[in-house]
Design a binder for this molecule. Structure first.
Ligand code: ADP
Ligand code: MG
Length: 395
């Protein structure tokens, strides 16, 4: 247990007492957020992704109740106070605010025949900056699932926790996300990234102990409002293109196509925009496979080159970047010690992820801050991140 974990645990136990009266029998849990290194917008196209869990995430202090009440409190939304509900009210409700995430997970468990027989009190504290696109929602879902499994003895694997989390986000919270975020959180492993094939959920861990480099996440601190609608639109464009391609090639997902097969058959996709979306999905998947090979050979320069190409493709073909993040990435590309940089996450704001030589991290921060101040008029925020473990109890 790290210093931070034990410090946060003690604070949360105190907070729990203040909010819920006492902290007898309370236990503290954690589930991580994630950053995706490469393989963006491929997880709903049967492609590969390469995220790692972070040491940042969502902490939860929890205790079973003897009645059917649910009482929630988040230190990230203190102004909302205690939000009360019950096991008999597991339906989405705007007034329930953020508690729709844990309630959605309970609802998804029920749908699989796993019903909690008593309610609980849950106090949360997330260390992921809001709106940064580092998957605080997946962390919260996986955390809830982990606590439910522990408290009620539900027989599910960590992969199930990811699937249940995604199912609840799709069907209870109306966000049509792929499996990457929840999978990365549920299966996180310290010092490793996860090379996941989203077509069949087969995966391997790839050691991510960069000796000479750091992974730097830069927060643009912007989040454009079209993020959810544009996300769902990209999904349907890819689905449309898949249908058209299936009339000429035998594929189940866009992830089945090589670059050559795509180039040969792309004429089947009638709409020019859908064709560009497909090009991204196909090439990005192949880039991700190549990126793992490069990392295995310790060819960090090639890894960085592929990360840069990913950004260009997300910016020009998939069109999910935004001017603010482009400023950060352009400035990063000009830093000699920056090996690769791209937008990460769903897009339209959020963060960039960059691989930066140890000795260049200070210069990187200075140059990006100056460029961002000048062109956007805001201060970016930097997090030097490490690949962390999956969900766990803080003992
Ligand atoms: P992200 O990229 O961080 O997942 P989302 O918009 O998908 O962004 O999810 C953010 C939402 O998740 C918040 O608005 C809130 O409803 C919920 N959430 C995440 N972390 C917490 C927390 N610590 N406490 C309460 N709600 C949280
Ligand atoms: Mg999310």
């Amino acid at each position: 247990m790290g210093d931070t974990d034990s410090k946060i645990k003690n604070e949360l136990l105190e907070d729990f007492s203040k909010v819920f009266g006492d902290n007898d029998g309370v236990r503290v849990f954690f589930a991580p957020g994630r950053v995706n290194l490469i393989g963006e917008h491929t997880d709903y196209n049967g492609g590969h992704v390469f995220p790692c869990a972070l040491t940042l995430g969502c902490y939860g202090a929890a205790r079973k109740r003897s009645d059917r009440k649910l009482r929630f409190y988040s230190k990230n939304f203190e102004e909302l106070g205690i939000i009360e509900s019950s096991l008999d009210e597991l339906t989405p409700d705007e007034r329930a605010h953020w508690t729709n995430y844990p309630k959605g997970v309970m609802w998804a468990f029920e749908g699989r025949g796993m019903k909690a027989d008593t309610g609980l009190d849950l106090l949360l504290y997330g260390t992921i900056p809001g709106g940064s696109g580092l998957s605080s929602s997946a962390a919260l879902e996986v955390l809830t699932g982990y606590i439910l499994r522990d408290f009620y003895g539900f027989d599910v694997t960590n992969t199930d926790l990811a699937l249940i989390g995604q199912y609840s986000e799709n069907n209870f919270n109306g966000m049509n996300c792929g499996i990457m975020d929840q999978f990365a959180s549920a299966m996180g492993k310290k010092d490793n990234a996860i090379f996941l094939n989203t077509a069949d959920l087969s995966f391997e861990y790839a050691p991510l102990v960069l000796k000479g480099e750091k992974i730097v996440v830069t927060n643009s601190k912007v989040k454009h409002s079209l993020v959810d609608s544009a996300y769902n639109e990209r999904r349907s464009q890819c689905e449309q293109a898949l249908k058209e391609l299936q009339s000429v090639v035998d594929i189940k997902t866009l992830g089945d196509l090589s670059e050559e097969e795509f180039e040969k058959n792309k004429g089947a996709v009638k709409d020019e925009i859908c064709r560009r979306r497909t090009k991204h999905a196909v090439y990005e998947n192949r880039r991700t496979i190549k990126a793992i090979e490069a990392l295995k050979k310790n060819d960090i320069a090639e890894f960085g080159r592929l990360i840069n190409l990913s950004h260009v493709s997300l910016r020009d073909d998939f069109e999910v970047s935004c001017p603010e993040v482009d400023v950060l990435v352009d400035a990063a590309w000009k830093v000699t010690g920056c090996i690769g940089s791209r937008i990460t996450g769903g897009g339209f704001g959020g963060c960039s992820v960059s691989i930066v030589k140890n000795e260049a991290v200070d210069e990187f921060k200075e140059k990006l801050t100056a460029a961002y101040r000048e062109k956007v008029g805001k201060e970016p925020e930097f997090y030097v991140v490490e690949a962390g473990d999956g969900p766990r109890e803080i003992i």
